[in-house]
Design a protein around this ligand. Structure first.
Ligand SMILES: NC(=O)c1ccc[n+]([C@@H]2O[C@H](COP(=O)([O-])OP(=O)(O)OC[C@H]3O[C@@H](n4cnc5c(N)ncnc54)[C@H](O)[C@@H]3O)[C@@H](O)[C@H]2O)c1
Length: 340
């Protein structure tokens, strides 16, 4: 039985991942280490509370004593590392915690895994040969694209925000543990995720919440920034495949070939809400769209070339954008309607 340490499992992707893992693999144990920052929400995991193969541990990935205790107590043989400060705007107003959690926290996890799984550089302890560290990262490490082109695994890193810089630094630490110590690592860099359980502060929940409240729906700059959107469960499937079948030391980009300008996503959601929950005055939610001052250093376009994970690991997105967005809007309608 795999004993998987998932970090950041009370957040958006982590909670979807843990539910996916427990549903899909009847023989894995999941230990979720989460600090429950403002972005973590135990409610995200309410459905699996008390599950016999699930343990929640409230704590910080930067606490080496605690992390070491978890490796020993649960005989951890795989890490899926998602815990991070993840909001670009917060990294602009307060970058320090991004360095603490995303860089130092990743170091503590790597170093603990190295000591628990290995006797020294390139020497696994007997029985620990298959242990693997999967590091979950973002396409934002590659910087910004112009109107054409795609990020591939060989695109040079060019992070532009303190958030993406901290993720890039953590990717480099993981790379160094592979090259210097021979640790079994895999890195994934994924595009923007959407789906249930995302924090209120992110784009899609903000659009839906403000629409329902009758408040202005803020759109940064001219709304023409482009992101490549992937349904969260498709990301989780990619992570699990990379953990199980990825090649040690490799990086896999994950993305949905699904580019949208922010303003077009906002319009699509408004039209969806117009049908599902029309405004009392009969006009469209699009009337609430309001352009606001752009985010400093706002990257213009991200788009992923996912052909490596598709051809080497057989991954492809299952969810169409229409079906994924339908599920997403329904989920947030259910969450917000009672609150507005
Ligand atoms: N959301 C996306 O679109 C996206 C895309 C690509 C990659 N990623 C990466 O995926 C990972 C998860 O993203 P998300 O959107 O679910 O983030 P999130 O902000 O929703 O969740 C992050 C979780 O990490 C926890 N956490 C933060 N600091 C911690 C610490 N020091 N110790 C323990 N727990 C801590 C928080 O409490 C929270 O539960 C991140 O590493 C992010 O960089 C996200």
């Amino acid at each position: 039985m795999n004993s998987i340490l998932v970090t950041g499992g009370a957040g958006f992707i982590g909670s979807n991942l843990i539910i996916y893992l427990l549903d899909t693999y009847p023989d894995c144990r999941v230990v979720n280490l989460d600090k429950l920052t403002y972005a973590g929400n135990s409610e995200n995991l309410a459905d699996i509370q008390g599950h016999e193969r699930y343990n929640f541990v409230h704590g910080d990935i930067g606490n080496s004593e605690l992390v070491n205790y978890l490796f020993e107590s649960f005989s951890i043989d795989a890490v899926m590392h998602l815990a991070a400060e993840s909001h670009v705007d917060n990294s602009i107003s307060g970058p320090e915690i991004f360095i603490q959690s995303n860089v130092y926290g990743t170091f503590v996890l790597l170093d603990t895994a190295f000591r628990y799984w290995m006797d020294g550089p390139f020497k696994c302890k007997p029985g620990f040969e298959k242990c693997r560290f999967l590091h979950v990262s973002t396409d934002e490490v590659y910087g910004s694209l112009g109107e054409t082109g795609l990020f591939s695994e060989t695109t040079p890193y060019a992070p532009n925000s303190p958030y993406s810089a901290s993720k890039a630094a953590s990717d480099m630490l993981v790379r160094s543990y592979f090259h210097t110590y021979g640790m079994n690592t895999v890195i994934t860099n994924c595009s923007n995720n959407y789906g249930p359980r995302q924090h209120n502060e992110k784009l899609i929940p903000t659009i839906i919440r403000n629409a329902l409240k009758g408040a202005p729906i803020p759109i940064y700059g001219d709304g023409k920034n482009v992101r490549d959107w992937l349904y969260v469960t498709d990301h989780c499937r990619g992570l699990e495949l990379a953990l199980r079948k990825g090649k040690s030391g490799e990086t896999y980009n994950i993305g949905g070939k699904n580019e949208w300008q922010n303003i077009s996503i906002a319009r699509l959601i408004c039209r969806n809400l117009d049908i599902k929950r029309p405004r009392n005055d009969g006009s469209s939610y699009e009337e609430q769209l309001t352009y606001v001052a752009d985010r400093p250093g706002h990257d213009l376009r991200y788009a992923i070339d996912a052909s490596k994970i598709e051809t080497e690991l057989g991954w492809h997105a299952h969810e169409s954008f229409e079906s994924g967005m339908e599920k997403t809007v329904d989920w947030y309608l259910n969450k917000y309607v009672s609150a507005v």
